[in-house]
Design a protein around this ligand. Structure first.
Ligand code: SF4
Ligand code: SF4
Length: 378
């Protein structure tokens, strides 16, 4: 029935399920996956990576499926697409030699955090002024007595640049493999539509009934926790950008007073990065194991725990910066941020990027179908 060779058993199973669903089409109103599936008759590995990254794992199609186990068709779309999605991160990673890092990501994150924090503390001590680690001070420039600004900017600039290059190369591989590059899908209308869909988490609503993957009975909790995490991250990034402008354009040095823009943005973002990831971690516990990925890499848990560590240490630094704990807290906070940067291309962070690119592709594809007169879904 299916002449296409697939690289892994998960891809072969996803291809089988998409063929069953394409005949059934009962779920076509639930999310973006089904209209994109209906636009195809056969599914190569790139198509399946694209469909898997369109899926939000809301579980609605499993709850509705008359062919789910114990039916002999054994249809479990959320679980199989979750497996393919996790494989897709390793398949398109740059450099390729780092693909095995995804296999034990939880361990990688733990090692990266521990070694970065230890290195930052040891670095401060070895810099010749161990006293600076115990010095109090919240006046402008106090942080740079612990670590000079140029050293800090150089270290994080290098780590950030590496993460950006690695993620851009991975996305390029994903974009090409899904056929989006040859389809010319990256036009501004599609990008704008994808940004709107991502900002609202449009397809996490299970077709209107809410996310059913959380068995606690509150359908919108997963969407709210995702929003808190996403906007918390953006606010923290905005705080860093404003502080950089303050330093280089206005000549104003950190730390800043509590009412100043970087502190207000960072505080709100930090709260979002504690509330959101903790909510998502709790929902992992109440998540139905039936639709969860069979690959247990600790990728979600490691990434979410690291976000909480970054935010909590940043907020603790804000509250205790005038105390002798400032130096140690700064070292701990910088260590966690550094670990976040270096593990970004090899962990759960990439799911947001792949999802966004899939939404761009989907928007382009649906517009083409509508303009050709073909029925196009969500
Ligand atoms: S998930 Fe089940 S009900 Fe939904 S389209 Fe596929 S086979 Fe049909
Ligand atoms: S987003 Fe929800 S409804 Fe759509 S394929 Fe994934 S689990 Fe099924």
């Amino acid at each position: 029935m299916n002449a296409i060779e697939h690289a892994t058993p998960a891809l072969a199973e996803a291809s089988r399920l998409m063929t069953v669903c394409n005949s059934c089409r009962y779920c076509e109103g639930l999310c973006a996956v089904f209209p994109a599936m209906e636009a195809r008759r056969a599914f190569n590995d790139g198509d399946l990576d694209y469909l898997a990254n369109l899926c939000h794992a809301c579980g609605a199609c499993h709850a509705d499926c008359q062919y789910a186990p114990p039916h002999e068709f054994d249809v479990n779309v959320p679980r199989v697409l979750a497996d393919v999605r996790e494989e897709s991160y390793a398949r398109h990673v740059w450099p390729k030699a780092f693909a095995p890092l995804f296999a034990r990501n939880g361990l990688l994150v733990a090692l990266a955090v521990a070694s970065s924090v230890a290195a930052f503390i040891a670095g401060f001590v070895a810099a010749g002024d161990p006293q600076a680690l115990w010095a109090a001070g919240s006046e402008p420039g106090a942080f740079y007595r612990v670590m000079p600004h140029n050293t800090m900017a150089g270290l994080f600039g290098l780590a950030g640049a590496y993460a950006l290059v690695a993620m851009a190369m991975s996305l390029r591989g994903f974009w090409r493999a899904t056929g989006a590059a040859s389809a010319g899908a990256a036009d501004w209308t599609s990008i704008w539509q994808a940004a709107m869909d991502a900002a609202r988490l449009r397809y996490l609503d299970g077709g209107g009934a809410g996310c059913t993957s959380d068995t606690s009975g509150t359908p919108d909790r997963r969407r709210i926790a995702h929003h808190a995490t996403f906007y918390g991250f953006l606010l923290c990034a905005a705080a860093t950008a404003v502080a950089t402008l303050y330093h280089f354009v206005l000549g104003r040095e950190a730390p800043y007073p509590w009412w100043d823009i970087p502190v207000v943005l960072g505080t709100l973002g930090g709260i979002g990065l504690i509330v959101g990831p903790i909510g998502l971690l709790r929902m992992r516990l109440s998540r139905s194991p039936v639709i969860a990925s069979t690959r247990r890499t600790g990728m979600d848990t490691g990434f979410l725990a690291m976000l909480v560590l970054v935010a909590a240490s940043g907020l603790a630094l804000l509250v205790l910066r005038a105390s002798p704990a400032m130096g140690l807290l700064l070292a701990f906070h910088l260590g966690t941020v550094f670990a976040l940067f270096v593990t970004m291309p090899y962990g759960k962070f990439v799911h947001g990027l792949y999802r966004f690119m899939s939404l761009v592709r989907h928007s382009h594809e649906m517009r083409l179908m509508r303009s050709s007169g073909a029925p196009a879904g969500k």
